[in-house]
Design a protein around this ligand. Structure first.
Ligand SMILES: [Zn+2]
Length: 296
């Protein structure tokens, strides 16, 4: 299939009560593991890319890799830009073929975040791609941005309502609800009451950031509470490195790089499949496809 915009399928996922996995790719092999894992379970999926990764490989190669991978499968695949603070980078991704982008103005004062998010919204509306926008401050490390425990703050409910008011077509909304990027030290403290309050007044699908390390029960509760896009990044990165290192430790004389790449692909793909099962999106490709003619 051609790459799809994530908005309609996330709306559908929220209405049907399942979550769509959004995996951060590192390179072609990891993107392939995500797409193949989704295809194996007949699930819609989002391949997302950090700004750092975009800058490492370049806009066009990434867009081509993911577009070509999506063309080999019949499950819906969206190509999404994760946590971008720069409207120029957003524009370049849209021009290169991304089907959705995230503008992250969460480190800005509310009014400034709103102002810039509205600019991003206008840009994505015009281009026909989906937008994700964030408020509050999600803890942990994402790209080179560190938000320590003291700085992490939950989204303010009234600000959430105001924030989305002029963005009716927002593909997905990311209020900080207590999850964090990276690995959790203890169990994540999720503000379910805030999530419930937000989803009772806002019909836009919610994005759950900081998925690595959450328990199955936490995933289920968040997804049931309106989180239709569930981000996984840290686990994918760990498997990317560990699968390589483990094989070399087990077989020190192995010198064929393709054998390592295949092992890496297999480890990441298995993780993608187990996550998709937890999120309830296995077998939902047709369900997600059924709404693709709708607007982003
Ligand atoms: Zn995030």
């Amino acid at each position: 299939m051609a790459l799809v915009s994530m908005g309609p399928m996330l709306k559908r996922a929220r209405a049907q009560g399942y979550g769509i996995a959004a995996y951060n790719m590192i390179d072609y092999n990891s993107a392939r593991a995500v797409v193949e894992g989704a295809q194996a379970l007949d699930a819609p999926v989002i391949v997302q890319v950090s700004v750092k990764t975009v800058k490492h490989w370049g806009y066009t190669p990434i867009a081509h890799w993911v577009r070509d991978l999506a063309a080999t499968v019949d499950v819906p695949v969206a190509l999404h830009l994760d946590h971008c603070t720069d409207l120029d980078v957003l524009r370049r991704c849209i021009d290169a073929g991304w089907t959705s982008v995230m503008f992250d103005g969460s480190s800005l004062p509310f009014e400034e975040n709103l102002d810039k998010s509205l600019k991003a919204y206008a840009m994505t509306e015009q281009a026909g791609v989906g937008l994700e926008a964030e408020i509050g401050a999600i803890g942990g490390v994402e790209d080179d941005k560190h938000v320590n425990e003291d700085e992490a703050r939950l989204a303010n409910f009234d600000e959430c309502v105001r924030f989305v008011r002029d963005m009716p077509n927002l593909a997905v909304f990311a209020p900080a609800i207590g999850t964090a990027h990276g690995m959790y030290k203890g169990e994540a403290k999720i503000a379910y009451d805030l999530l419930e309050r937000i989803t009772a007044s806002i019909s836009i699908p919610i994005a759950l950031h900081g998925g690595t390390g959450l328990t199955e029960e936490q995933f289920h509760r968040c997804i049931a509470g309106g989180c239709a896009k569930v981000n996984i990044s840290t686990m994918h990165k760990m498997l990317y490195i560990n699968s390589f290192v483990k094989l070399k430790e087990q077989k020190p004389n192995l010198e064929e790089p393709l054998t390592f790449i295949a092992a890496q692909n297999e480890a990441m793909k298995e993780d993608v499949k187990s996550v998709i099962k937890i999120f309830g999106s296995a077998g939902k490709a047709a369900d997600a496809r059924s709404v693709l003619t709708q607007r982003h």
